[in-house]
Design a protein. Structure first.
Ligand code: ADP
Length: 811
């Protein structure tokens, strides 16, 4: 055994002992000797021996004091001290041991004994050192293990992941705190004891829970690890979906399986929410009235909505992708290749972030589909993609086209109206001459009979032609929605009077009795379009007279108050030819002249009732007919009118009107007009056509008036000025044509009014015009005219205007 590394200090005041000891021990140990305890302690500061041999009796400090000092110092306390002393008394020996010496050897001593006892001490020290080393390591090891265990426990218990351990018998042997808290147990112990309660009888895949657990553990033991889905039945009865990872671990001499559970409830909820969100988004997208789709950076299709599928005419997105190109025509309307242009658009959209353009698709059935495409760059899964929205422009284009057509139609209807106005003027002018001159000639006495007959025929033909022109004008106005109802106050008695006046002459030579059926409670003053009301009644009455050869024609009028308005009921009946049942519906349609055979002698256009029906409808009313063919016809009309007040016409007026029927019989009507002698008067007649001037001058001349004729507006103004300044007789009235080259009638009237004198401002100006489109009458009144006489001139009408406006001035 090599002890040389052990160092022994020998402290003795006796140099001989020191030498003897040194020689005995130095071969075995490193020995240093020191005579003085003081020096010894100095040396100890830097040189600690493994064993101290110490004398007791020393002059400076005895051995007992030295040992005491050593034991009192922690640095030296553990150095073994052996006394080597001449003091051999038992008490000193005991004292030495008491003070902590490991041995007590008395002098003189034998060398081998000293050696042996020292080597024992050294051995002992070595053993002690070895034991100490060993126990130190053990302690470290044990504490390491403990700490490692602690760490593991903390890690395991504090981890939020629920963990359990099964031994090789598939018995649950441990779990962590997370497991206890996840399942709602108060601690791990309870968790281990009641763990089986968490098994529902069956798992969602239909397996029994207790069987599945074993199977899964087996799998983990065999394969090292196994992941499965599991459903727990929580203590409150709710189910908890979970994911479990089973891992085989070394345990004791064999293996165990650790299971880690992840609660999927939140995850499932989130998934559900996400699914809901996605479903909502899809719903919204699919319900969007626009096709939309996503395209990736490499122009690849990503997704689309239902509308996009419909656009292509497919049902699935896979098909959409395949057939998308089928609905893109080779060329766009601009002439560019669709494919090229599409790439350009996509690149531009990726580049700028936004692009809108028109695009034309070709539907599977070949129909061309104009669209507006809006491309927006969006982020999808961290990359730029293009969301494209496609709006069908067909409807918009159709509307635009419709508007364009409507404009054209409107334009052409205006043109038609203008044309008709012009035509009517052009036709009325020669007709004016025909009718005017005929009636002038008919008034001549001593006419040869055949001449008179012919003139009568010309007159009738002229009137028919005039009616025809009026009807055509009306119906075309109605068709163009141009006919507007005026709203004016009118008096019902005068309306009835005018109607009778106009119609009784239609009786002519026929044996017909006319009856007027009214009573005194009819409203006196109404509000509406009296001219159109007259037109309605005149149309019905004229038909009644036209289609009746003998018997009775009657007109009944009633009014009935209803809220803010009045219902006027008009009944026109006759004992004429009647209408076939199958024709009753047709007679109200345009050109609905029925029974052409039996009516061939009766003139008509078939427009009268169509116009009547439309007018009635415009007045919020209705028209109906009852008829027995060959026997009679009854037309009933109801129209709505406004009323001024609820004064009735009264007994006297009703009586007068009824009387009129008897007094103004056909004989009196056919009697010649009795014209007043107006020889005191002078009138100015303005017309651009000489024949018109001839007719009008002829008719006016019958009143013995002086008639000055001029052929233009300009001349008329001049003539007016001259009449006043030239000291001539002043005019009593001006009869003025409307349409003339140069200044027209209205401009001329204005110029006359502007002459500035009282005379020029007050003189009555009467329009004489062939422009008889409805509404023109009002226009003249609005332009400072006092009267209106449509051409051809009706002598009765002319007479009433003359009576009204040409009177002898009271001096
Ligand atoms: P028309 O100008 O031909 O009289 P209407 O529109 O006024 O045109 O009438 C249409 C058709 O209805 C007439 O052609 C005629 O056959 C029939 N009709 C109208 N009123 C009577 C009536 N009072 N009696 C018999 N037939 C009538």
């Amino acid at each position: 055994m090599d002890n040389t590394r052990y160092k022994i200090a020998l402290v003795d005041d006796n140099i001989a002992t020191l030498n003897q000891g040194k020689s005995l021990l130095q071969e075995l140990y490193r020995v240093y000797t020191v005579q003085s305890p003081v020096t010894f302690f100095e040396n100890l500061e830097h040189d600690i021996p493994d064993l101290i041999l110490l004398d007791v009796a020393m002059p400076e400090m005895d051995g007992f004091d030295v040992i005491k000092k050593l034991k009192a110092d922690a640095r030296y306390r553990d150095i073994p001290v052996m006394f080597l002393t001449a003091k051999s008394d038992e008490e000193s020996e005991r004292e030495g041991f008491r003070l902590g010496a490991v041995d007590y050897i008395t002098k003189p001593f034998s060398g081998p004994l000293l050696q042996k006892r020292i080597s024992n001490q050294i051995l002992y020290k070595r053993v002690e050192a070895a034991v100490k080393d060993y126990s130190d390591d053990l302690e470290v090891m044990v504490s390491e293990i403990t700490r490692a265990n602690e760490r593991t426990r903390i890690l395991l218990d504090k981890t939020p992941l629920c963990a359990r351990l099964w031994d090789s018998n598939r018995k649950l042997i441990d779990c962590n705190e997370a497991a206890a808290s996840l399942f709602g147990f108060k601690d791990k112990q309870e968790c281990l004891e009641r763990y089986a309660e968490l098994y529902p009888e069956y798992q969602s895949d239909g397996q029994r829970s207790d069987e599945k657990v074993i199977k899964c553990l087996d799998k983990a033991f065999n394969e090292g690890s196994y992941t499965l889905e599991w459903t727990y039945k929580m203590l409150d009865g709710t189910l908890m979906p979970a994911e479990i990872i089973l891992v085989r671990v070394e345990y004791g001499d064999g293996y165990a399986v650790a299971g880690y559970t992840r609660d999927l409830r939140e995850h499932y909820k989130m998934m559900e929410r996400m699914l809901e969100d996605e479903e909502r988004m899809h719903l919204m997208l699919d319900a969007m009235p626009m096709a939309c789709r996503l395209v990736g950076r490499n122009y690849e299709f990503i997704d689309c909505n239902q509308q996009a599928l419909d656009l292509v005419g497919v049902t699935s997105k896979e098909e959409y992708e395949k057939k998308l190109n089928d609905i893109i025509p080779e060329f766009q309307p601009c002439g560019r290749l669709s494919h090229e242009l599409k790439m350009e658009h996509l690149d531009a959209a990726f580049d700028k972030g936004y692009l809108r353009f028109e695009w034309t698709y070709k539907k599977p059935d070949g129909e061309s589909l104009p669209c507006e495409v809006t491309m927006v760059r969006v982020m999808y899964k961290g990359e730029h993609v293009i969301a494209g929205y496609i709006r069908d422009l067909r409807e918009q284009k159709a509307v635009a086209e419709e508007m364009r057509r409507a404009e054209i139609a409107e334009e052409s209807s205006k043109a038609k109206s203008r044309f008709l106005a012009n035509m009517s003027h052009e036709m009325r002018t020669p007709l004016n001459v025909v009718v005017g001159l005929t009636s002038l000639m008919l008034e001549e006495n001593n006419l040869a009979l055949n001449l008179k007959e012919n003139l009568n025929k010309i007159s009738t033909a002229g009137s028919t032609l005039l009616g025809l022109i009026n009807d055509v004008l009306d119906i075309s106005k109605i068709e163009a929605n141009k006919l507007e109802l005026a709203q004016v106050k009118y008096e019902v008695p005068s309306l009835i009077n005018d109607i009778i006046n106009l119609n009784v002459i239609r009786i002519a030579e026929k044996p017909i009795t006319f009856q007027l059926d009214i009573n005194e409670d009819i409203f006196y003053r109404l509000y509406g379009d009296d001219l159109r009301v007259k037109q309605i009644i005149n149309n019905l009455l004229s038909n009644a007279f036209k289609y009746t050869q003998k018997g009775t024609v009657s007109l009944g009028i009633k009014t009935e108050h209803s809220g803010q308005s009045v219902w006027m009921e008009i009944i026109v009946s006759d004992t004429g030819v009647g209408i076939r049942r199958e024709d009753l519906e047709k007679i109200f349609t345009d050109y609905g002249q029925v029974d052409a055979q039996s009516n061939r002698r009766v003139e008509g256009t078939g427009l009268g009732l169509a116009i009547t029906k439309r007018l009635v409808e415009m007045m919020g009313g209705e028209i109906s007919v009852e008829s027995e063919f060959g026997k009679d016809s009854v037309f009933r009309v109801r129209i709505q009118q406004g009323f001024v007040d609820n004064t009735p016409i009264g007994q006297a007026v009703a009586e007068n009107l009824r009387k009129f029927r008897y007094t103004e019989d056909k004989l009196t009507v056919s009697k010649k007009l009795v014209r007043e002698d107006l020889s005191f008067a002078k009138v100015l007649l303005v017309d651009d056509m000489q024949t018109n001037l001839d007719v009008a001058a002829g008719l006016l001349g019958k009143y013995k008036m002086r008639v000055d004729c001029v052929l233009s507006g300009e001349e008329a103004v001049e003539q007016m000025r001259r009449s006043e300044t030239g000291g001539q007789q002043l005019y009593n009235a001006i009869f003025m044509d409307h349409m003339m080259p140069g200044m027209d009638g209205i401009e001329t009237a204005k110029a006359i009014r502007n002459l500035g004198t009282e005379y020029a401002r007050k003189i009555p100006i009467i329009a004489l015009t062939a422009n008889a489109i409805a509404g023109t009458e009002d226009m003249f009144y609005a332009n400072d005219f006092q009267g209106f006489i449509p051409k051809p001139i009706n002598t009765m009408h002319l007479d009433s205007v003359i009576r009204k406006w040409i009177k002898k001035k009271e001096e």
